[in-house]
Design a protein around this ligand. Structure first.
Ligand SMILES: [Zn+2]
Length: 266
């Protein structure tokens, strides 16, 4: 049996599927936060003023004013999330998981899975979601959507959103500083999904996970080691990258996400 045939059999037999989607997945959906070839052209004023050349650098930067910050954030959110159209592969993944008991854990903050029509209750955005905002005071005053803020800024009518509890400026719901509060409800749902399925036939499908999101890699590898009924299918890793004790229960396909999904679906 070839690797892909084996992977298809595991998926067909699976009671539950966990998808881990990292930076490679974001890139496929159009958001490459480390790309330094287009930033200076698309955001020339910001690049010059703050000496930043990637989205990741720019998100880390404290701008001179909240207004300037929100103006810039709005450009990014509009371009990468509000104008986002799911890729062919994203649609194929949806078809692949349709009717299955699945959970998605992703480091992508671009709101892609929600927008592509996956069930919100089955998604944990580990690094937050920039279409949501949180209080900048450092206190956990909850999150709410920033989509209307973004739209207003894009029309030139924006104003800095304020916290309803303490009137501090709001900031993106992302780990840009020490006081990021992950979505506790989604985190709990994910942990519950892992716990209740520990003796079931679980397949972990790893898509585009790289060292920028170790939270999605190491824990899932160890869970697969601990649970004899679990299987692991990695798009990016090769068989040699996988631990010795997982050689029979894990497959490293070492190819692109789009190839993996196309082959698994076919
Ligand atoms: Zn507040």
């Amino acid at each position: 049996m070839t690797q892909i045939e084996q992977a298809k059999t595991w998926l067909k037999d699976a009671d539950n599927i966990i998808v881990t989607a990292g930076n490679g997945f974001s890139i496929m959906e159009g958001l490459d936060m480390l790309d330094d070839t287009t930033f200076d052209v698309e955001h020339s004023k910001t690049a010059k003023k703050y000496h930043v050349h990637t989205i990741a650098d720019a998100l880390d930067k404290k701008f001179d004013s909240w207004d300037e910050q929100w103006k810039f954030w709005s450009e990014l959110i509009q371009e990468y999330s509000l104008d986002y159209e799911p890729s062919k592969t994203m649609k194929e993944l949806r078809a692949l998981l349709d009717g299955k008991d699945y959970f998605i854990a992703t480091s992508s903050y671009g709101h892609f899975f929600e927008k592509a029509g996956f069930e919100t209750k089955r998604i944990f955005d580990v690094f937050g979601d920039w279409t949501q905002m949180q209080c900048s005071s450092g206190l956990n005053h909850g999150v709410r959507s920033d989509v209307e803020v973004v739209k207003a800024y894009q029309k030139g009518q924006g104003s800095v959103p304020k916290c309803e509890d303490c009137n501090s400026p709001m900031e993106l719901h992302m780990p840009l500083n020490a006081h990021f509060y992950p979505d506790q409800d989604a985190n709990t749902r994910f942990r519950w999904f892992l716990t209740k399925n520990q003796d079931k036939k679980v397949v972990v499908l790893e898509l585009g996970v790289d060292p920028t999101s170790p939270q999605l890699l190491d824990p899932m590898i160890s869970l697969t080691s601990e649970h004899p009924t679990w299987r692991y299918i990695a798009a990016d890793l090769s068989q040699d990258d996988l631990p010795d004790n997982l050689q029979k229960t894990a497959i490293g396909l070492n190819t692109s996400i789009s190839n993996v999904i196309k082959d698994l679906k076919g």
